[in-house]
Unconditional design. Structure first.
Length: 510
């Protein structure tokens, strides 16, 4: 075992065992701090709480090697109870909690002691840390009238427009998130406590596609932010996407847990959109939609702002029960570049790595440089799906989007290139080992599958592997390539495949 320091605040720290093959140890491991056992963990990336500011420590895993670190200094520690917050789960503490945030100086910490802190949306400010230790829950008020609205687009004469609210890749009026950051920097949200969106207590999950005055809120929304750390906390029961960074950079998500019911609508776990330099390490995600979805907006923002997502690193994460474990798109009109996924475990998701786009995402809608390696998948129906005919959105089933003939390449045509899928073991596969569907006028290029071992579920049923019109149901199919230029396949296998191992365009009806 070889732990290294991931992130540190004045009262917490997160670590990663860089020798571990995946997100879990085979059995609980003792966490030693300064020679004393302080916890046990099965997570190969984990957080430690209850530290004192500006203090040196040595952390070890079991009797393995140690790492020396020092907590950050702290300019002030403000207990929310001193501002009138009660933490009894019934009193509305919004005003008191916001006052504590407003009063906290840069470099200070706002402390939520154990209790249930019932609140409407809170707005973050520069340079502060929110600390929720174990036993502390920030609980969202169920009444939507307590949620201010973020306007999607604010016109500013002589200046570029201001975009505050967002919904599925476009500016739109949205209710503010329980924790909302607008243009803030140097912020941390840490501890062993919980941020609970409390969506089931209200009407957020009823008629989820209907816009009622404004769109549903996230639980954590970071718009135009820089240098934000979310560490150790559990975020659950979100009204819509759980954590949504937008137009932000230098973001770290370490050893957090995201939990939403499997049947909750559009409750993606973590969706960086038009963000750069994002690190997601040791997350455990079980949700009602995609676990992690990387986006860059639809065509309006794609053409106007040209803000891609790039340099996204995801490792030692456990993804469960979502539609896709790691998803690229489909809102990707600004482009997505340089994504690496490694040493993860995907379990019981519909798809493993999923890329989705369609005609109309635009010439800046480029996916280039996605690498998934050293990943295990258990009971994932389709380990790899690339879909250039994604049929959602009101116009997703139109003739232009779904026409299988080669159409002219123009300013509406997206592109997918340089996808690597290596050292993957997947068991319990149901429909296809891989299903890659490119555009006939712009095929997928630079696709590499190497050292991939597939084993199918004994009771594998037939279903379409991709959400596109006309895709036939498949069961125990091999590696299917349609409109793909010269895919590289080395050392791949599929135990129990029904039919040929490799299927190319013309061999499979679409």
């Amino acid at each position: 075992m070889h732990p290294v320091l991931l992130s540190v605040t004045s009262r917490t720290a997160a670590f990663e065992d860089i020798d571990a093959a995946g997100p879990e140890f085979g059995q609980p491991v003792a966490v030693m701090l300064d020679g004393r056992p302080v916890a046990e963990t099965t997570r190969t990336a984990f957080a430690v709480d209850g530290l004192a500011p500006d203090t040196g420590h040595v952390l070890q895993l079991g009797d393995g090697s140690g790492v020396t670190f020092r907590t950050a200094p702290e300019t002030a520690a403000l207990d929310v109870r001193h501002f009138g917050a009660r933490g009894d789960g019934t009193h509305d503490d919004t005003g008191s909690l916001q006052a504590a945030i407003a009063a906290c100086p840069s470099g200070g910490t706002v402390i939520f002691p154990p209790g249930i802190w019932l609140s409407g949306p809170l707005f973050l400010k520069d340079g502060i840390t929110l600390h929720l230790p174990a036993g502390a829950t920030l609980l969202g008020i169920a009444d939507r009238t307590k949620y201010p609205i973020l306007p999607g687009r604010v016109e500013r004469p002589g200046r570029s427009d201001l975009f505050l609210g967002a919904w599925e890749g476009d500016p739109d009026d949205c209710f503010a998130a329980l924790l909302t950051g607008l243009g803030v920097a140097d912020v941390a949200i840490v501890g062993g406590g919980t941020i609970d969106g409390n969506a089931a207590a209200g009407d957020w999950w009823q008629d989820p596609k209907e816009k009622r005055e404004a769109r549903r809120p996230r639980t954590v929304f970071l718009n135009g932010c820089r240098n934000v750390l979310v560490q150790g906390v559990t975020v659950r029961n979100s009204p819509s996407w759980t954590i949504h960074p937008l137009f932000s950079r230098s973001l770290r998500f370490h050893a957090l847990t995201i939990e939403n019911p499997k049947d909750s609508p559009n409750t993606d776990g973590l969706d960086p959109e038009s963000c750069e330099d994002v690190e997601i390490v040791g997350a455990r995600v079980s949700v009602g939609d995609d676990c992690i979805a990387i986006k860059s907006g639809k065509i309006f923002w794609g053409k106007l702002l040209k803000r891609p997502s790039r340099r996204i690193r995801i490792r030692r994460c456990l993804m469960e029960h979502g539609h896709g474990a790691v998803v690229i798109g489909s809102e990707m009109a600004g482009g997505i570049y340089d994504v690496e996924v490694s040493h993860c475990l995907f379990r019981l998701t519909d798809r493993g790595l999923r890329l989705k786009t369609r005609r109309g995402r635009g010439e800046d809608g480029v996916i280039d440089g996605v690498a998934l390696h050293d990943v295990r998948m258990e009971d994932v129906a389709d380990p790899l799906v690339v879909n250039s005919f994604y049929c959602c959105d009101p116009d997703g089933r139109g003739d232009y989007v779904q026409d299988r003939r080669a159409l002219p390449v123009d300013e509406r045509t997206p592109r997918i290139a340089n996808v690597r899928f290596e050292r993957v073991v997947a068991t319990g596969v149901r429909h296809a080992a891989a299903y890659v569907l490119g555009l006939p006028e712009r095929p997928v290029t630079g696709l590499v599958l190497r050292d991939v071992r597939i084993a199918y579920a004994a009771d594998a049923d037939a279903a379409p592997p991709a959400m596109a019109c006309g895709v036939e149901p498949l069961a125990r199919a091999g590696f299917v390539f349609i409109n793909v230029d010269d895919p590289v396949t080395e050392n791949i296998s599929a135990d129990g495949v029904a039919g040929p191992l490799l299927v190319f365009a013309g061999d499979q009806e679409t």
